[in-house]
Design a protein around this ligand. Structure first.
Ligand code: 8YV
Length: 321
């Protein structure tokens, strides 16, 4: 029997590619060429499956031009690159990679929070520039993390992982805001208390964003929200570019409306708002919150298993529609 044809639209672990080649006729992009939407459509001709990341937009126009397509398996838990209603309408299965990256991403949330509050990037740049001449009592004095109030906006799996670390590891008071409130058992397991968004902004010493991107969540944190935060506060965005108004944040950091920020995601990434590059009180990382080798392998494996499960056995493991 002829193997189904699939497109692996990004570079992936060679061992995962080998597995896929056992089941499918695979066209791959191991050179990691950033295809235009038209090039992606051309590559997808005759393909029943696609292995995608957040960088490939799957929308109605693409779906109309790729009638053979049956499934897109995203190697990401977030899926704002998918127009899910359009995929459902076109009868195309969508899958993501939940759970396998939760703890790794929550670890990174804390790494970025610590680096931001304790000014690690700024002080390292200072040292590398040869500017360290003597010890000084207030040199790179930052904010305490232990015992402070941690605010979390978005309380899914990753938010709960961060809350557990804050409450149980760092003795923090943890408050959160989410579209829907957790049940009492889940709140007590992660030691978090539900508050309004206004109270979250007002009370948090450190605010971490972990909500999924949606048009309603666009610019959830902009100039008005930053103005409600404590001037001593730090902000960490692990969620998606577009949740924060990056231009407004750069301005707020420059004017010390808040003290510091740590960002892993950006509006229009991989481009970074030029004003963010000019302020010292921001730690910038290139969308690496899930990047440990075991976790990236687990994500790739789950995306591959979704393709095999759906195209060969009719059942995806982690379907979105
Ligand atoms: C991915 C992420 O690595 O899972 C997500 O939603 O943001 C990251 O873990 C990235 O989106 C590439 O697909």
């Amino acid at each position: 029997m002829k193997k189904p044809a699939i497109l692996v639209a990004c570079a992936v672990f060679p061992e995962v590619l080998l597995q896929l080649q056992q089941h499918f006729e695979v066209t791959s992009n191991q050179e990691d060429v950033a295809w235009t939407p038209a090039e992606l459509i051309a590559q997808l001709q005759g393909k029943q499956g696609a292995f995608t990341t957040g960088s490939q937009r799957i929308d109605a126009e693409l779906l109309a031009a790729c009638p053979a397509l049956k499934i897109c398996a995203n190697m990401a838990v977030g899926y704002n690159n998918f127009d899910l209603p359009a995929m459902t309408a076109a009868g195309v299965k969508a899958t993501n990679t939940p759970d396998v990256l939760t703890e790794t991403t929550a670890d990174f949330g804390f790494a970025l929070l610590m680096a931001t509050a304790r000014r690690m990037a700024e002080s390292e740049h200072f040292l590398r520039a040869g500017l360290w001449q003597r010890w000084r009592y207030d040199m790179f004095a930052g904010a305490d993390v232990h015992g402070s109030t941690l605010g979390i906006l978005g309380m899914g799996r990753i938010g709960q992982g961060i809350a557990r670390r804050g409450a149980h590891g760092f003795g923090m008071k943890v408050i959160y805001h989410n579209r829907s409130r957790l049940d009492a058992a889940a709140e007590s397991a992660c030691g978090a208390t539900y508050v309004s968004k206004a109270d979250l902004l007002k009370q948090a010493d450190h605010l971490i964003l972990v909500l999924p991107y949606s048009p309603e969540a666009h610019h959830s944190i902009g100039a008005p929200e930053l103005a409600q935060m404590k001037p001593t506060a730090t902000l960490v965005n692990l969620a998606r570019g577009g949740i924060v108004d990056d231009a407004a944040l750069a301005q707020a950091l420059k004017n010390r409306v808040i003290t510091a920020a740590g960002l892993d995601v950006y509006e229009g990434e991989p481009a970074v708002h030029p004003a963010l590059l000019t302020v010292p009180n921001v730690v910038l990382t290139p969308h690496i919150a899930s990047a440990t080798l075991p976790t990236r392998m687990a994500m790739a494996q789950l995306a591959a298993d979704n393709l095999v499960g759906f195209l060969l056995h009719g059942k995806a493991l982690t379907p979105l529609n």
